[in-house]
Design a protein. Structure first.
Ligand code: SAM
Length: 286
């Protein structure tokens, strides 16, 4: 154990921190806390070796995963937390850890994570489930615009959302989230967690997913164009694409054929690369 790790082993229990800071979990903030160090260590390990990485944690709560990430040797840890009660609780941890740990009291939806610390930087979080999807889409867009802005993301979602992110074409859960995530990143399912490991237990199971930004996206095309095409295609997912995409360009069938796609196919049958081809061809037809 190094000197900087030593104070982490003598911290008060998370239950003690919660009691002293009146941290009764709030449903409106998606507060389902992980208080078992073995589990938070497992989440931190799912992010890989963090010893050369500046880590950003969204929604640290009372700080269980925060402790594990510091213990795992992150070069620095910047935590963004909306709940001022948690910020106060984390202040105690900051006094022990010192400069390696920064707390930002803010809504993560309003924070540009790429300005918080030097690269290489990674996000590791047990996300508040009510804002998990917009947060993920925002980070994917940043990766699309600057490939080196994040070296990885290790994120916990409710299992149903994780399934939508990792879904393959042809499956019921394949949609916008799968296409946009897999277009920009390699997506690796790490493990599931049952409700019983959280305080309080949520109604749903949870899953940890690791995102590794691809060196280049599967197809080179502007984020906004891909997003428009994918949204429109899945907007009416049961319809054939020649109907679902109607109105985007004058000649919908010509556009689909130019992209090498059968106009009678449906959005859920298209691979991520085919969506890319469709987005590339869009420029010639709009
Ligand atoms: N990381 C902790 C753990 O694993 O025990 C807490 C995770 S809890 C599921 C989600 C955390 O996100 C809560 O601490 C909550 O206050 C915080 N939170 C909710 N909405 C937020 C937002 N928009 N921006 C930043 N933090 C938020």
């Amino acid at each position: 154990m190094s000197d900087s790790e030593a104070p982490l082993t003598s911290l008060p229990s998370l239950r003690d921190v919660m009691a002293r800071h009146d941290l009764l979990p709030k449903k409106s903030l998606g507060q389902n806390f992980l208080l078992d160090g073995n589990i938070t260590d497992k989440v931190a390990r799912a992010a890989g070796d963090l010893r050369q990485t500046h880590v950003i944690e969204v929604g640290p709560g009372p700080g269980g995963l925060t402790r594990s990430l510091l213990h795992a040797g992150a070069v620095s840890l910047t935590a963004i937390e909306k709940d001022s009660r948690c910020v106060a609780a984390l202040e105690e941890l900051r006094e022990v850890v010192g400069e390696r740990f920064t707390i930002i009291g803010a809504d993560a939806l309003t924070v540009d994570v790429t300005t918080l610390c030097p690269a290489p930087r990674a996000i590791v979080a047990n996300l508040p489930y009510n804002v998990a999807t917009p947060l993920l889409i925002g980070w994917l867009e940043q990766i699309a615009k600057d490939r080196s802005c994040l070296s990885g993301m290790t994120l916990m979602f409710q299992k149903e959302v994780a399934e939508r992110i990792a879904a393959a074409p042809g499956s019921k859960t394949y949609g916008r989230l799968a296409v946009m995530a897999q277009w920009q990143c390699e997506v690796h399912w790490r493990f599931d967690l049952p409700p019983s490991v959280f305080t309080p237990p949520p109604k749903v199971h949870s899953s940890v997913v690791h995102f590794k930004p691809r060196p280049a996206p599967l197809v080179e095309v502007a984020w906004e164009v891909m997003e428009r095409v994918v949204e429109k295609a899945f907007g009416q997912r049961r319809k054939m694409l020649r109907s679902a995409l109607k109105g985007m360009v004058a000649d919908t069938e010509g556009w689909l054929k130019a992209a090498g796609i059968d106009p009678e196919s449906r959005a859920e049958q298209l691979s991520v690369a085919q969506f890319g081809a469709l987005a590339v061809a869009y420029a010639d037809f709009r």
